[in-house]
Design a protein around this ligand. Sequence first.
Ligand SMILES: [Zn+2]
Length: 68
Amino acid sequence: MIKSDITCPQCYAGYRRIELITVKGTKGEFRCLHCGNVLEVFDGSTKVAIRLTVQPVKRSDKKAAVGT
Ligand SMILES: [Zn+2]
């Protein structure tokens, strides 16, 4: 079992990734739950589970003032 952490490059949500190399998975992709960015594409050779661990940081609150 391989554990690692993923951070979404767009919204900075944090994910814990767990890969079971002895278990077959399914093909597909994992998208960020918050912004929809594709974080990983699975080829189905291993089982991968990804769970949200860190809520994304709100970097820019859209306020009325836009521009300089
Ligand atoms: Zn994201």
